[in-house]
Design a protein around this ligand. Structure first.
Ligand SMILES: [Zn+2]
Length: 482
């Protein structure tokens, strides 16, 4: 097994992964959802890859403490702290309280994670539960001279952080077209951001708190640093998020962390690419987005989306379409069929041992596939290469299936699925009606008696009823017609 290498957006390079001090314990923080609308599949691409990275780390022997925030407060319609509060706006639209909105869409988010077999974080932290921590942090920044006050709130002076302009290898000198130029008349620098926003004088917000600076609410960029440092300490190993966080949100997190602790919050900053929908940008605010529910409504296994995501390298932009997800669904069914076949062979082997002629050489072949697979993931999460190894393994085994020990193939599939999370060996099998099972058995007997005409007739009859028989040398499996 080669050591893990991962692209660190801080250096812009692929680096060898090494924990900070404790050899096997990894602190991981991932920016969570803003719960004002349904989770779309574009966001889920990021959450799937975060889950994959966690599984790769744990396959390499690490223990992970994973913290994720849930933004239920303070995320304005522009990432640069202008416009309406997204959740307050949605509450007005749906005629509900902000708490009802946040609860409803948090539940939707968690439902999505479950559909995609994404492990939940150890700590899921709603920002509104951490107001005291955020106020404490802003006070610290104030005491160190990083803040100033303007008419609508307390702001962070980004010019006080030397490296701010070049974080993630960006150049923030030419920001003329950036929307952060708003409030320029009062802001000292276009990149400065709100730590605490005052409630509008003419409006009573549903979520607002008292603070040393006046009634209001924390800025969106503040919650992550407060929550992360509270649970993971001043400096931890991994911070993840979507590519859209590179220009604003993550530099702002780092600026505050440097202000408070002198450190850049996390050693590795990992970002995941965008998802297009039929070659166009997917976005919650424009309503142009698919949900996992839409995929399920098309009779597609939600895990086909997980497989679809893994087909594209995480730093590349992926393009979603119904054709592409259908192709992934077929591939997933093929994978399940292979797993069912191997599981059937395992049962058969108990009483037909002589059929099998597994060799030591094939054991080594399987072990090599296993090594190639984990090495692909360890090499900057190269999931397309790992999937190629999976398909190669399947076609190699299929070529001479009785020369492999089914137990060994199952063990390899299990190891692969520990990372892939596709439920290869424990997927929900479609319930085959008793009538179909009976017909299949009758056909099997007739076929063995070489009554092919009759047996073929039953096979066609089964097909008409929506099922297919998959014949193997000494047995068969039944699956839904593809
Ligand atoms: Zn964040």
């Amino acid at each position: 097994m080669t050591p893990i290498k991962i692209h660190n957006s801080l250096s812009g390079e692929v680096e060898e992964f090494k924990p900070i001090d404790k050899p096997y314990l990894i602190g991981m923080y991932t920016c969570g959802p803003t719960v004002y609308n349904y989770t779309h599949i574009g966001h889920l691409r990021t959450y799937i890859f975060e889950d994959i990275f966690k599984r790769v780390l744990s396959k390499n022997g690490y223990l992970i403490e994973h913290v994720m925030n849930v933004t239920d407060i303070g995320h304005l319609s522009s990432d640069s702290d202008t416009g309406e509060d997204k959740i307050e706006r949605q509450a007005k639209k749906e005629n509900k309280t902000v708490y009802q909105i946040a609860n409803f869409y948090t539940k939707d988010f968690l439902w999505n994670l479950k559909q995609l077999n994404i492990d939940r974080p150890n700590i899921l932290a709603p920002a509104s539960h951490y107001i005291k921590d955020q106020i404490k942090m802003i006070k610290k920044l104030e005491a160190k001279g990083y803040t100033y006050k303007i008419s609508d709130g307390i702001y962070f002076d980004t010019s006080k952080i030397d490296c701010y302009k070049t974080l993630f290898n960006q150049n923030k000198d030419d920001l003329k077209s950036d929307d952060r130029i708003e409030n320029a008349s009062e802001k000292k620098n276009p990149t400065d951001f709100a730590l605490w926003k005052f409630s509008p004088k003419d409006e009573k917000r549903q979520m607002e708190w008292k603070s040393p600076w006046g009634i209001g609410f924390p800025g969106w960029h503040t919650e992550c640093v407060s929550i992360a440092t509270k649970h993971l300490g001043k400096y931890f190993e991994v911070h993840c998020g979507g590519w859209d966080h590179i220009p604003v949100h993550h530099p702002n997190e780092i600026a505050q962390a440097i202000g408070v602790t002198g450190k850049k919050l996390s050693k590795y900053w990992i970002h995941f690419g965008f998802l297009l929908q039929n070659s166009e940008k997917m976005s919650k605010s424009t309503g142009n987005f698919y949900r996992i529910k839409d995929v399920i409504d098309q009779n597609i296994n939600p895990l086909a989306y997980r497989l679809f995501v893994l087909n594209t390298y995480y730093r590349k932009t992926a393009d979603f379409s119904m054709e592409a997800i259908n192709a992934s669904n077929n591939a997933l069914n093929n994978l399940y069929q292979f797993a069912e076949k191997i599981q059937a062979l395992k049962r058969i082997k108990i009483f037909k041992r002589k059929l099998f002629k597994n060799t030591k050489q094939n054991f080594i072949i399987l072990k090599n596939f296993e090594t190639d697979f984990i090495n692909a993931f360890n090499d900057d999460l190269n999931s397309p290469k790992a999937l190629e190894t999976l398909w190669n393994m399947i076609s190699t085994v299929n070529k001479d299936i009785y020369s492999f020990d089914p137990n060994e193939v199952i063990s390899v599939l299990k190891n692969f699925d520990d990372i892939l999370g596709l439920k290869i060996l424990n997927h929900k099998k479609p319930r085959i009606p008793i009538k179909i099972r009976f017909l299949a058995w009758k056909r099997y007997i007739l076929k063995n008696q070489k009554k092919f005409k009759e047996s073929d007739k039953i096979r066609d009859n089964i097909l008409d009823l929506g099922y297919q028989i998959n014949d193997y040398q000494t047995f068969y499996t039944i699956s839904k017609k593809q």
